[in-house]
Design a protein around this ligand. Sequence first.
Ligand code: PRP
Length: 289
Amino acid sequence: MTTLGSEKNLRIGLPSKGRLSEVAGELLSQAGLNFRRQSRGLFARVSGLPVELIFLRTDDIPTLCAEGAIDMGITGSDLVEESGVDTEVRMRLGVGRCRLAICVPDDAALSSAADLDKKRVATSFPNVTRQYLKEKGATAHLVSLSGSVEVMIQLGVADAIVDLVETGSTLAANRLRILDEIDSYETVLIQNGRCRDKETADRVVRRLEGVVIARDYSLLEYNVPRNKLSDAEAITPGFNSPTVNSLEDENWCSVRVMVKRGDVIDAMERLENLGASAIIETPISNCRL
Ligand code: PRP
């Protein structure tokens, strides 16, 4: 059985199961943080780095990070906020985006959060919910649960629920609608202030940033008439500035530039209309900027 190693090793808490566990494991291995977890093992060592991974319940990760049991952790920013603990968000990982929403039956005669005064609200986020309702001038009876919140109205436990919404299919299946949105959240990497090895923590962050930024960007290459270069650069300004090379034909040049994946199609069309040719998109898997 693998156990905790040197006291000096950086400890990173990872979700032990579920989708977030897969997402986090994939991200680490793409960033060159390779490890082998024995089935149901609680610890794993990262090869070639003084880093140990500790597999934990996602909702315990903020507290354990703040207490110093782990130096860093991957968890949801919703859970960080609900826990109310003091940790630093080192980076947003660009996955697991969701909204925390107040939801009521489709046919409920309620139009705002203020209407929940003296009503019953079931949620796994009692602290965030209490605070939000207070801001809206409502004091509700909170029913604090750890899961399956969406069935609580049918069970007669609550008049409304506060739950995470991603695609909205859980709401539709339970004939619920969003009354109000409290906030948006995503998966984050957190760190405690007393981190035992800040240098390695920074290396981990740089490695993960390389992958997270690469997932968001493509490399676009194209040829463009030199007299249209400044217009082309306005369409694709890049991170700092595009790389421009000369071509045999001195009236033309070639451009290499990073473009947000969501903007690539639009940029290609605009470049083509400008007179650019040989426009090629290449996905990138890692980068250092
Ligand atoms: C979350 C949340 C909702 C559902 C929303 O549950 O609590 O039930 O996802 O997603 P949707 O809008 O795409 O339907 P999760 O699957 O994380 O499990 P949980 O019920 O244990 O929290």
